[in-house]
Design a protein around this ligand. Structure first.
Ligand code: AR6
Length: 169
């Protein structure tokens, strides 16, 4: 089941919440900044270990850390594509972000997972295409994979994403 809500993902008590990170995993602005700020230094400590082990996170891929002080169980960090006109595989990379985050959630026995609208802030991905891609990826995963995920929450921070996402479900 896909649920659309408007709010701040740092407040969501899901088994996992997803962060729209960057390749360095060292934090940033937007939802990334909000998650590190609310979750505390334990999240960055885990990210540093991943950076040392595998040099960060590639665009379209995902890694998992503690959620520190957040009410969620884990934070899954994925790196969305920077929008550059759409001819550089941006939709496919965004599709992979959702797939790879969901695979990690499944592998950690999560039942509930919350996503922000990945790439639609600083990375400038057009919101309608991002929403369509996100919903398609989530639906494909829920239908095709063996998993215990019963609820996927899309947490929209801005009104525009909220309206667009509500129209798709
Ligand atoms: N809860 C849910 N959604 C939020 C929150 C929040 N607390 N705060 C912002 N958003 P962005 P990107 C929404 O820019 O485009 C960072 O600096 C926001 O309205 O956070 O993937 C990273 O380190 C927007 O719809 O992520 C990267 O460098 C959505 O989150 C870069 O930004 C994504 O906006 C990633 O850019």
């Amino acid at each position: 089941m896909i649920q659309i809500i408007k709010g701040d993902i740092t407040q969501i008590k899901a088994d996992a919440i997803v962060n729209a990170a960057n390749n360095s995993l060292m934090g940033g602005g937007g939802v990334d900044g909000a998650i590190h700020k609310a979750g505390g230094p334990a999240i960055l400590e885990d990210c540093k270990k991943i950076l040392a082990r595998q040099g960060g996170c590639r665009t379209g891929e995902a890694v998992i850390t503690t959620a520190g002080n957040l009410p969620a169980g884990y934070v899954i960090h994925t790196v969305g594509p920077v929008w550059n006109g759409g001819k550089n595989g941006e939709p496919e990379l965004l599709y992979h972000c959702y797939q790879n985050a969901l695979k990690l959630a499944r592998d950690h026995q999560c039942k509930t997972i919350a996503f922000p609208n990945i790439s639609t802030g600083v990375y400038r991905f057009p919101k309608p295409l991002a929403a369509e891609t996100a919903h398609r990826s989530i639906r494909d995963f829920l239908e095709s994979s063996e998993h215990r995920i019963s609820e996927v929450i899309i947490v929209c921070f801005d009104d525009e994403n909220y309206q667009i996402n509500r129209e798709i479900v």
